[in-house]
Design a protein around this ligand. Structure first.
Ligand code: OFO
Length: 169
């Protein structure tokens, strides 16, 4: 049985993931408004991934017979300085999420909750990949600066990203 503290933190994490999805959906709309349909797609896929993270935690709580308590989702911002700023904030947000999973893992370790430790491992690994993907895009954006044709080339690349549902584990 999950401890009260573990249930509370996992519930909080559902909210964090839903907010992440909301934030990236808002970024997707911003990119579209800037004429960057490829980056809009990239962010939309990111939003879908976050939604799947929320439901993965939701399903785990149900599987463990714990109660899911959904709270309200904070309104995301809808304006950024430019595309570079969008990716700077995405990286900062993903670092925050990594911190959240580290905290969840610390709770699971403290509680000797081995099943939740095993469940959380997928997210810990996923965060390494998420941070790296965003960091790579950010480095490219920093390199190209104001070079419009390079931005459009990158936008083309971003348009090829497709959503892949996480495998059931
Ligand atoms: Fe972007 O991360 Fe969810 O978990």
């Amino acid at each position: 049985m999950l401890s009260e503290k573990m249930v509370k933190e996992l519930n909080n994490q559902i909210n964090e993931e839903l907010f992440s999805s909301y934030l990236y959906l808002s970024m997707s709309s911003y990119c579209n408004a800037q004429g960057l349909a490829g980056f809009s797609n990239w962010m939309r896929v990111q939003a879908q991934e976050e939604l799947s993270h929320a439901t993965k935690i939701f399903d785990y709580l149900l599987e463990r017979n714990a109660q899911v308590t959904l709270g309200s989702i904070e309104q995301p911002k809808h304006e950024w300085k430019d595309l570079l700023n969008v990716f700077e904030e995405t990286l900062a947000h993903e670092k925050h999420i990594t911190g959240r999973f580290n905290l969840l893992m610390s709770v699971a370790i403290e509680e000797k909750d081995y099943a939740t430790q095993s469940f959380l491992k997928w997210f810990i690994d996923e965060q390494v990949e998420e941070e790296s993907n965003v960091d790579n895009m950010l480095s490219k954006l920093k390199l190209i600066g104001d070079n419009t044709s390079a931005v459009f080339y990158l936008d083309q690349e971003a348009s090829t990203r497709v959503y892949v549902a996480p495998t059931a584990e």
